[in-house]
Design a binder for this molecule. Structure first.
Ligand code: ACM
Length: 681
């Protein structure tokens, strides 16, 4: 009998990889390494309690308390006395062996078991246990009567030890609240490194007591105090997240040099905070001892605020123009047999590494720092694609093969506004052949949120939900790679992120209300659901050049990648072109009906300078949608109607207000379909 019950309980075993039944049932993200299902369930009820097996630093206790809050909010159950107690008495029992020091190789695995009697979470470290609690929250299910945890057994552990999100707070400053809510979201998808890009041409965001001109002259008053930095580091640590700060040198230094121009490379240059986006010339002077004294003093002051051993020095995009324009620097290069500016930068990096090593830090930099003379003690952060003469696999693989620890961001630039499928398909290792030692040097990856085009109002919609899919790429086995399955789960993840405080959904309405001068926005929403921000930085090219104080409440800011109706419509058109069934046609017509009606509503609100440029989009879209509806209903079009449709689509295919109309291609396909099947002469 016992055997029979066991057989029933463990009836299905699903390993990660293939798209399977369980990944259609449970919106877990990242998908676990191994999940088995049994036929039981644990009801979420008012007497539910939590227990912790060991004294912890308060981290697991804190997590358990927020778990209770989130569980009650999600389920609507009035939990009476759930607070965690010490010892094995709770209906949700959490146990772990040690407290993690949050170093790079800490164990993060966990085991989760659910049956009708309760839930057990077991882990080696407290951070592993906290991951188990996040998974448990993702498992909440409901039927008509109850919310419950389904009976599952999960054995989970990450594929990569470094799973990061970088946020640039220099181009547009991001207050503490933005950082904290994004840390919460990171923890919910098991990201464990917050890379804080703190300085750049447009601002130096850290206060210094020894160099107070940094906050006075290099930050526009928008900087973090030491107390605030410590607060964020502690907040992150409580979530099991390491903080790696970045101070970008020797380039990207316009702001720093606005405060301390004596450290610049070009004599007499009038340094100021940069207002535009791009790559600029102001660069620290690498031949002056004063530069190293300054950095030594500054880093001596700053490094104790950041307990993590990794310290990012940027090092990217230094074209060395101001070095070329300095006779002294040229003479120094010759005297020291430094043949190129790369060699000179390596000289700078090696001196900087000594300073950081003395402060107990490990130097990390963008992949430009990987030059032949750079010691392999440095950590290479790969952001560019393969460079000339490099083996397949780009700078990440080249770095590992050369003996450097390395982290990948190429392919995870979320500010490029590329679809989630693109990032999801980027695997850090791909098919590269690596030895065991080389593989161990590949620590993982980071999504990068550069902030040239975001404010606190819009940053969340650029990070989320796509970063959750990237988190899965870093955590889950490589074989978890079914895009459609991921997208299904991502819908649920996106809603949960909003519940957690991320503003990516609700702020879109806020921006549209602003655009319409607080009128009814449904017609504007229809348009924003089919338009996507221009991709790969083309928004900031040509026509409009955005600067620090340009508006970022425009139509493009309210639009997102993978625009919802565009995605749905594309699919519907594919189905229709394969098979013209009544239901496939109905799905396409449902979209067309909305668009055909939309211009009438849009005209009620469009008489404002902020919306005038959308009028041609709205008008041509409605005309084209009406044409297509009639064509499919009458199964006949005239050449005159066809010619008009071609004009409509030509207009719609152009960018509008820094967005592209993401349905232009499927609309064009429908016109072609009509031409082929319905054109009567
Ligand atoms: C970079 O994107 N310049 C690292």
């Amino acid at each position: 009998m016992k055997k029979y019950v066991l057989f029933l309980c463990c009836c299905i075993t699903f390993l990660a990889g293939a798209q399977n039944e369980l990944s259609l049932k449970y919106s877990l993200m990242p998908w676990p390494k191994e999940i088995n299902e049994n036929s039981e369930k644990f009801l979420i009820h008012e007497d539910l309690t939590l227990s912790i097996n060991a004294e912890d630093t308060g981290r697991v206790y804190g997590k358990a308390v927020t778990f209770l809050r989130r569980l009650a909010d999600r389920s609507g159950v009035f939990i009476k006395e759930g607070l965690p107690v010490l010892g094995k008495k709770g209906s949700i029992q959490i146990s772990f062996d040690t407290v993690s020091n949050l170093t790079v190789n800490e164990d993060e695995s966990y085991f989760l078991y659910i049956d009708e009697k309760g839930v057990q979470i077991k882990a080696i470290t407290d951070v592993g246990a906290m991951h188990g609690l996040e998974t448990l929250l993702q498992l909440v299910q409901k039927n008509e009567l109850n919310y419950f945890f389904p009976g599952v057994v999960i054995k989970d552990a990450p594929r990569f030890v470094w799973r990061g999100l970088m946020i640039d707070v220099a181009r547009h400053f991001q207050p503490l609240a933005v950082i904290k809510r994004n840390l919460d979201a990171m923890a919910s998808v098991k990201l464990n490194v917050f890379h804080w890009h703190l300085t750049d041409d447009q601002g130096f965001r850290v206060a210094s007591k020894v160099y107070p001109k940094l906050q006075k002259l290099a930050s526009d008053g928008q900087f973090y105090t030491h107390e605030q930095l410590k607060e964020v580091v502690a907040y992150a640590a409580n979530l099991g997240i390491r903080v790696v700060p970045e101070f970008d040198v020797p380039g990207h230094a316009s702001a720093l040099l606005a405060a301390y121009p004596e450290l610049g490379s070009k004599e007499g240059y009038n340094h100021s905070i940069e207002r535009f986006a791009g790559v600029f010339n102001p660069t620290l002077n690498p031949i002056k001892d004063g530069t190293y004294e300054f950095l030594n003093t500054l880093f001596t002051e700053i490094t104790p605020l950041f307990p993590d051993v990794y310290f990012h020095i940027g090092g990217d995009e230094n074209e060395g123009k101001h070095w070329d324009e300095s006779k002294e620097i040229q003479a120094f290069k010759i005297a020291n047999n430094l043949k190129s500016n790369h060699d000179l930068q390596t000289y700078f990096n090696i001196r900087l590494e000594k300073i950081l090593n003395n402060l107990g830090k490990k130097l990390m930099g963008w992949d430009e720092i990987m030059t032949p003379n750079m010691p392999t003690t440095a950590v290479i952060h790969s952001w560019r694609g393969p460079q000339e003469g490099m083996l397949e696999g780009g700078t990440l693989i080249a770095a590992a093969k050369a003996g450097y620890q390395t982290v990948l961001s190429n392919g995870y630039y979320i500010d490029r506004m590329l679809p989630v499928a693109h990032h999801y398909a980027t695997d850090p290792i791909g098919n590269s052949k690596l030895t065991k030692e080389e593989r161990a040097l590949i620590l993982g990856g980071e999504a990068t949120m550069w902030s040239e085009l975001v404010t606190p109002q819009t940053i969340d919609s650029r990070i989320w939900p796509r970063t959750a899919a990237i988190a899965e790429r870093f955590w889950s086995p490589k074989e978890v790679n079914d895009v459609e399955n991921m997208k299904l789960r991502l819908r649920a993840v996106s809603a949960r992120l909003e519940a957690l405080g991320i503003t990516h959904i609700k702020n879109r309405d806020l921006l549209l209300r602003n655009m319409s001068d607080y009128k009814e926005i449904s017609s504007l929403k229809v348009l924003s659901n089919i338009c996507e921000p221009l991709k790969v930085y083309s928004r900031n090219k040509g026509g409009t050049e955005y600067s620090s104080f340009s508006p970022l409440t425009l139509f493009a800011d309210a639009c997102v990648v993978d625009a919802e109706d565009a995605v749905g419509f594309k699919k519907a058109v594919v189905f229709l072109s394969k098979d013209r069934t009544k239901s496939n046609l109905g799905a396409v017509l449902a979209y067309l009906e909305i668009w055909s009606e939309n211009d009438r509503n849009f005209n009620k609100i469009s008489n404002t300078p902020k919306l005038a440029l959308l009028k041609p989009l709205s008008k041509n879209l409605s005309e084209l949608a009406s044409f297509l509806i009639t064509a499919f209903k009458k199964k006949s079009i005239s050449s005159k109607e066809y010619a008009k449709a071609l004009i409509n689509i030509e207009i719609i295919s152009k960018p509008f207000m820094d967005t592209e109309v993401a349905i232009a291609v499927p609309l064009n396909n429908l016109i072609m379909y009509c031409q082929e099947h319905f054109l009567s002469e």
